[in-house]
Design a protein around this ligand. Sequence first.
Ligand code: GSH
Length: 212
Amino acid sequence: MAKPLVFGADYSVYVRTVRLTLEEKGIGYDLVSIDVFAEGGPPGDYLQRHPFGRIPAFEHDGFRLYETGAIIRYIDEAFEGPDLQPADLRRRARVNQIISMMDAYAYPVMVWGIYVERVSKPAEVGFADEARIAENLPKAATCLKAMTDLMKGAHWLTGDSLTLADLHAASIFDYFLMAPEGRALIKDHPDLASWWSRMAGRQSMRATKPAT
Ligand SMILES: N[C@@H](CCC(=O)N[C@@H](CS)C(=O)NCC(=O)O)C(=O)O
């Protein structure tokens, strides 16, 4: 069976979530470089794989897929390895809830509203948009509180085993915690801080660390 292909770049939060899933399942894969932020955008023929021009896209034995949530569930179900979706109905619902929360609320706020504004944009243009950061801080605090409440002191975000929810959140948290505001906010949430230290220490996180 051919190795699955992941199309994208190592800097992408969503590409990393797919790669974390493959790493945690122990599946070899090839990363095919697509830089969506290159001048002129991704290559024109990439739109055949992803009509919205985002990364990642995925292919396995001729089966093409885009949208991270669909890709990681497919990987979990198509391959051997540890199950990353709980058998228990309600716990699985929590996993899906957290994945949706990450997409709808955490990613725009914690990555674009805080990390990009505080860390990556100033490195390019020399200043941060303080008003935008200030506007996003309470929204980030709401994300952390909601996660803490759902976690209920467990080892992982939805209970006693690692799931797709942890992997979806981890790539967002790695960027968020590069901002001093992120590191300050997580101190109010010791359960999440402990979760992060467990998550950050995993081999899958080291193997997928962005090069830049
Ligand atoms: N809904 C998509 C989101 C993917 C996404 O937004 N990827 C970012 C990189 S992390 C991207 O391609 N951004 C390019 C752009 O915004 O033009 C998914 O779940 O895969």
